[in-house]
Ligand binder design. Structure first.
Ligand code: HAM
Length: 425
């Protein structure tokens, strides 16, 4: 047996229904908030992420799946969707064709991380991005959408953390204060942090090394160094969250591990997920579109990890795996032909009908119907054929009755409608 690649998973029947529930709920919500779906390629030029996600991020330094293709081009399997959506926004001048460029996408992302529960090398994101709106009310709306998503999925024990990381105006003063506060303690930090202190001191807040934490906890906070414009913006976002009635706390360490963020950053954490508890994260990136060669347009968005949302779902979901409406059992060659015709009629009527291809004994066919959870079995034998009937067996009560062949499809449809009505009551 050749096993799956480390850090990748098969999503099996039984789990796929939970995925479909998450994806379906997200699509409905995104569209309700005015987002349009976009699909971009999984492979992009490596430089898109080097420039977009940022040279000093862990993603670009350690985690990208990059290779040189047969034409000599440096290609990367996308580690996140934001740079791809920015690229598409610029490449297709979407601001000209869309009233408000609000985009969503979903699909696989790739990061060479150490796999553990909730962290994979191939994982999936639901991602939304809005371009061109500077007003802080869009930050509030995007956070409201993120919050609405976790609520609609019934995920409990969630908390919203927000922060402001400032802008190119106020960032240098903060970085100076950070380096100053670190002082000689920088030598006590891990190798990664010592490197970060040189390249991008803000990244020190991403450090997870336990021994470094007391030093990092003493460092200054970005919110204390915001310029006036950033402070007004942050206050407005907080006021909007109050209007929406969304509880949050300001997390001073929430600088997020990607280089493009300006001003608002946020994450939703699910308490019961363990170490990998961020179900979604996002923020504003006012310089990224221009940095990637586009016009001077701001942007904001978030991405949720589908694996983590699925892990955080309540055990009891209002979704069930597909169950047949009827199982068709046949005895004998002639009956088998009629059974195929009946199967065809049931399926054309939009019903879920299953059959035992190997045509074994009635007992084994009933067993299979039972395993599939079919509420009705339509039995066709020589007697039934002769009388133009089918025998309908109700599995719940083990009772059976003859029904004219031409009424069988309508009966199965009626029973399904009754079951659905009962389920929604
Ligand atoms: P991110 O925080 O790197 O942000 O990822 C967003 C979410 O993807 C995380 O909160 C987590 O749920 C999930 N995730 C990330 N890495 C993994 C992994 N290895 N295994 C499983 N799930 C994972 C971004 O990707 C930004 N592009 C978000 C954004 C959009 N910011 C603005 N717009």
């Amino acid at each position: 047996m050749i096993p799956a690649v480390r850090g990748t998973r098969d999503i099996l029947p039984g789990e796929t229904e939970r995925w479909a529930f998450v994806e379906g709920t997200a699509r409905r919500l995104f569209e309700q908030y005015g987002y349009f779906e976009i699909r971009t390629p999984i492979i992009e030029r490596e430089e898109l992420f080097a420039k977009g996600t940022g040279e000093t991020t862990d993603i670009v330094q350690k985690e990208m799946y990059s290779f040189i293709d047969k034409g000599g081009e440096r290609i990367t399997l996308r580690p996140e969707a934001t740079p791809s959506l920015v690229r598409a926004f610029v490449e297709h001048a979407l601001e000209q064709s869309m009233a408000v460029p609000k985009l969503y996408t979903l699909g696989p992302m790739f990061r060479y991380e150490r796999p553990q529960k909730g962290r994979y090398r191939q994982f999936h994101q639901l991602d939304v991005e809005v371009f061109g709106v500077k007003d802080p009310s869009v930050d509030g709306e995007v956070i409201d959408l993120a919050w609405a998503l976790v609520r609609a999925l019934g995920i409990e024990h969630v908390e919203l953390a927000i922060n402001s990381v400032g802008c190119p105006e106020c960032r240098p003063a903060f970085t100076r204060a950070l380096v100053e506060a670190l002082g000689r303690d920088v030598e006590k930090l891990c190798g990664d942090c010592r490197r970060r202190a040189e390249t991008n001191p803000l990244r020190i807040f991403d450090c997870k090394v336990p021994a470094d934490q007391p030093i990092i906890d003493r460092l200054p906070h970005t919110v204390d160094y915001l310029c006036d414009a950033c402070r007004v913006h942050f206050d407005a976002v907080r006021a909007d969250l109050d209007v929406y009635g969304i509880p949050y706390h300001v997390s001073h360490r929430l600088v997020r591990g990607l280089d493009y963020y300006t001003r608002t950053t946020f994450e939703v954490l699910a308490g019961h997920l363990g170490a990998q508890n961020a179900v979604l994260g996002g923020g504003r990136y006012d310089g990224l579109v221009r940095q990637l060669g586009g016009p001077d347009r701001v942007g904001i968005g978030f991405a949720a990890g589908i694996e983590r949302l699925v892990l955080a779902l309540p055990a009891e979901l209002p979704v069930a795996p597909p169950v047949p409406d009827a199982f068709v059992a046949a005895l004998g060659d002639q009956a088998r032909r009629e059974a195929l015709a009946l199967l065809r009629d049931l399926r054309r009527a939009g019903l879920n009908a299953q059959f035992d291809y190997e045509g074994r004994t009635l007992k084994s066919q009933m067993k299979r119907a039972d395993r599939l959870g079919a509420p009705l079995v339509l039995i066709l034998g020589e007697d039934e054929l002769a009388r133009g009937q089918v025998t309908v067996k109700r599995m719940a009560t083990s009772t059976q009755e003859p029904v004219p062949r031409h009424e069988a499809v309508a009966l199965v449809a009626r029973e399904r409608a009754a079951r659905r009505a009962a389920a929604t009551r």
